[in-house]
Design a protein around this ligand. Structure first.
Ligand code: ADP
Ligand code: ZN
Ligand code: ZN
Length: 818
């Protein structure tokens, strides 16, 4: 009697929030388990998906197709891991298949290739085709594959012949035929040639050199061909002879491609002899938590230079000593390469590093090393929260307040929040560290949801820098426009240069100037794709959009009225660099912003230059505020503290306080005391005043009042529903439809008591990259209810026949609402 059929629900990478059912063919019952990667037919193509559930109940609906192929067991996701991804999908209201795709390295995605077959006529003709011709190469390649297979266009190599016409010609001549399609993984495993010595049944006479080569191979057991060539310097014919005599065999072995660390000098200062008292007590608490092997979250609030890195390092070492694994999340690898290098120099167990600077192949291989359990620690940017470790004991999120933990496209997750979810699921300890914790995390610590650890002093009792606020409203210099440098900043820069010390200047705007204005008709260069003015760049004397890649050359005369009275306003880092070079011609200046840091090695290069004293004044955007440890910097100047205050975002005050405190923290980290000068037009603003006192707690209290009054996080949760489309009227109409759906559900008292809807309104950036944008913000006191409500709104919108050409983006816990 045939057994009853089994069915699998499969999550596929498509923007549909549901799974699809497939029949499990008889031989794969027991193998097609939840977590198994499978290839399934979908419409007219095949998709790689994951089994999430297996049932014997026959699914309703149309004909159920069978699973087409099982992928290697190596790619099977554990139940624990799958639950984590499933939670992520539900929380961020995103299709599970797309969540899985986002969590796995892109190299695992599939590509389709044509399969060709050599015809008998083609095989017969090989001999008569000219040596080295592309036709001959193609036929030989197919012959080698047993007559058929996919072809690589690389075969055309240096023949200089175009691929497609040659293939078409061979098909019409009947030399080859199209046989079908093969579906393959984008990145293949890399294998390299290896050698192994064999014991001959009878002694074989060898020359002295042959014997020498044979011994090298035999002594090594197995060795790569490359290693052999290093150890034995001799001609190839010796090895060929050994292979022919069957004294040595060659075989292929898989290896991992390892990422290179270009430009990383040795940053190692060696371990400190003694922990500070604060470090010690923080570690004792973390250590007790690790030994309990339970989910215990901590907020490690340590001022800049208090030695948080050392705490992370020892907590990780202890985790590994307990036989468990750890994840260390850092905001942006390129900017934090210094601490990554420091970690690598201090630890003696295998580490994987996952970040966007790796090639797809390196990323795929790092992922596989993690998946096989070959590493103890994963260091990475936000996506490393998805590292497939099986025995997680500790997750650390460094600079937990950093906005880069929020992914701003597709799956809009917040890695810091997910670290808590994963920690809870895996009973791991979670440490969120920062000098300027996010409002959310600080609130959680005050509410006793997190344990609060504090490092209130700098290492060696070094003083925090002295901060001076300069009121730029008073800095008008006679009749002329306002100066770029206030007198106090200019004096301090002079003194810094005279003493041979180093300085950082922070200006959060790149380019030369932020806009140009015609003094006669008011014309301003604007981006045709985005609702912003264009920034002038000196390097190419052109106007650039900072939101899309649009640029245009600047003209001598106003494009509207031909006036020559065009004036540039709003200074950027390029202009600042010019001004500094004019004022301080003898100081070695460097600049760190998106325009100069086009390669990831550029960061290490410029930071090394500062360390070695080849650059003594570093100008930069917020990149320079990140945790760099530059001991000779004694002066930090903030040119325009107001830039981040004037952004229409409820987090503007928090961001400003964090940026100012972080950049101030770069000063006076070595043995010399530091000074900070902040230029502002809002000297009384509490973000600036509290940054001056470097007192986070008073800031937190004041900001919390503001959040409570206005009903923003951490007192509420938010979901931003954004509509985008090419035609403004369509987007607006869809926004009105959305409003109707929201209002309909809000009639239910259960929702209206807890949930508030703002908008729809045009987004502050009402046009971006050619798309018109409208948004509606949902606020809820309890996230479960807010989610339930949002789910119903989404379902309601689907039923209401969405307008074509308008895309809905669901952003849960939004950070960027421009
Ligand atoms: P944070 O991340 O808190 O800003 P770091 O971890 O970068 O601070 O530490 C600041 C500096 O102090 C680093 O140069 C580090 O090597 C050093 N340091 C850390 N702990 C100690 C210690 N216990 N004794 C001496 N130096 C230490
Ligand atoms: Zn004009
Ligand atoms: Zn633009």
């Amino acid at each position: 009697m045939p057994e009853s059929p089994q069915y699998a629900s499969v999550a596929v990478p498509l923007p549909i929030r549901k799974t699809f059912s497939y029949e499990i063919p008889e031989p794969w019952k027991g193998a097609a388990v939840p977590g198994r990667r499978v290839l399934v037919p979908f419409g007219r193509r095949f998709l790689a998906g994951y089994v999430v559930e297996v049932t014997s109940a026959s699914p309703a609906g149309k004909k159920i197709l069978p699973i087409h192929r099982l992928f290697d067991e190596e790619f099977t996701l554990s139940g624990k891991y799958l639950s984590f991804l499933d939670w992520t999908a539900r929380y961020y209201l995103h299709p599970l298949g797309e969540v899985i795709k986002a969590a796995l390295p892109a190299g695992m995605q599939l590509k389709k290739r044509e399969v060709y077959e050599a015809t008998p006529r083609g095989l017969e003709k090989i001999g008569s085709l000219p040596e080295g011709s592309l036709e001959r190469k193609i036929l030989l390649a197919l012959k080698k594959k047993g007559g058929k297979g996919p072809l690589s266009s690389k075969l055309s190599g240096n023949t200089g012949r175009p691929w497609i016409p040659v293939i078409a010609g061979m098909i019409s001549e009947g030399l080859i035929a199209k046989e079908g399609e093969a579906i393959e993984q984008k990145i293949k495993d890399k294998s390299i040639p290896f050698l192994r010595a064999l014991e001959p049944p009878d002694p074989v006479p060898l020359t002295a050199r042959q014997k020498e080569a044979y011994d090298v191979i035999r002594e090594n057991g197995e060795m790569s061909l490359q290693e052999y060539k290093v150890k034995f310097k001799g001609s190839n014919s010796i090895l060929l002879k050994l292979l022919n005599l069957k004294l040595v065999e060659s075989f292929k072995k898989n290896t991992f491609r390892t990422p290179s660390w270009e430009g990383l000098d040795d940053w190692n200062d060696g371990p400190p002899d003694l922990l500070t008292g604060d470090q010690k007590s923080a570690l004792e608490e973390i250590s007790a938590a690790l030994s309990s092997a339970k989910f215990i979250p901590f907020l490690l609030h340590g001022v800049t230079g208090s030695g948080k890195t050392e705490v992370y390092l020892r907590a990780i070492e202890e985790t590994v000593a307990r036989g468990k694994q750890a994840i260390l999340l850092v905001p942006e690898i390129a900017l934090t390469a210094q601490s990554v290098a420091y970690f690598q120099s201090r630890i003696r167990f295998p580490v994987a590093i996952l970040h966007s600077g790796l090639s797809p192949a390196e990323r795929y291989d790092e992922w596989r090393r993690v998946k096989r359990g070959l590493v103890k620690l994963v260091i990475g940017a936000r996506s490393a929260i998805f590292a497939p470790l099986d025995d997680l004991g500790l997750i650390i999120v460094d600079e937990e307040h950093d906005p880069s933990y929020k992914q701003e496209e597709k799956l809009r997750y917040q890695a810091r929040d997910l670290s808590l979810v994963r920690g809870k699921m895996e009973q791991a300890v979670v440490v969120l560290g920062s000098a300027t914790p996010s409002m959310e995390s600080f609130h959680n610590a005050m509410e006793k949801k997190f344990r609060y650890l504090s490092l209130p002093r700098r290492v060696d009792d070094r003083p925090l820098p002295e901060i001076q606020i300069v009121d730029m409203r008073r800095e008008k210099d006679g009749e002329k426009e306002r100066p770029i440098f206030s007198r106090p900043l200019e004096e301090a820069l002079n003194q810094n240069a005279n003493l041979g010390e180093q300085a950082l200047l922070f200006l959060n705007r790149r380019g030369f100037s932020s806009f140009s204005l015609c003094r006669d008709c008011g014309y301003v260069y604007r981006c045709p794709n985005c609702s912003v003015s264009l920034n002038y760049h000196l390097a190419d004397k052109a106007f650039h959009c900072h939101y899309c890649d649009y640029s245009q050359r600047g003209a001598e005369r106003c494009p509207q009225c031909s006036s020559i009275r065009l004036q540039l306003f709003g200074i950027g880092t390029q202009r600042l660099e010019e001004e500094i070079k004019k004022k301080f011609p003898r100081v070695a200046v460097g600049r760190m912003d998106r325009d100069t840091m086009t390669r990831s090695s550029a960061y290490q290069k410029i930071l090394s230059q500062v360390r070695r004293g080849e650059v003594n004044l570093l100008i930069g955007t917020q990149m320079i505020t990140k945790g760099h440890d530059l001991p000779r910097v004694t002066l930090v100047g903030v040119l325009a503290a107001d830039l981040s205050l004037n952004i229409p975002d409820f987090r503007a005050g928090e961001r400003t306080c964090q940026l100012l405190t972080q950049v101030a923290g770069r000063s006076g980290r070595g043995s010399l005391p530091g000074k900070v000068i902040i230029q502002t037009f809002n000297p009384q603003h509490y973000s600036i005043q509290t940054a001056k006192g470097q007192a986070f707690v008073p800031f937190y209290e004041q900001e919390l009042n503001f959040r409570k009054e206005t009903g923003y996080p951490p007192f509420t949760r938010l979901v931003n529903l954004r509509l985008e489309g090419n035609v403004e009227a369509q987007v607006k109409r869809q926004a009105e439809n959305m409003e109707k759906v929201v209002e309909r559900f809000l009639k239910d008292r259960r929702y209206s008591e807890q949930i508030e809807a703002l908008g729809p309104a045009a987004a502050p950036l009402s046009r971006l990259k050619g798309k018109h944008r409208f948004q509606m913000l949902l606020k809820g006191k309890k996230w479960q209810l807010l989610h339930e409500f949002t789910e119903r709104v989404l379902a309601g919108l689907e039923q209401a026949h969405p307008l074509p050409g308008v895309k809905l983006i669901v952003d849960v816990d939004p950070v960027n609402m421009l």
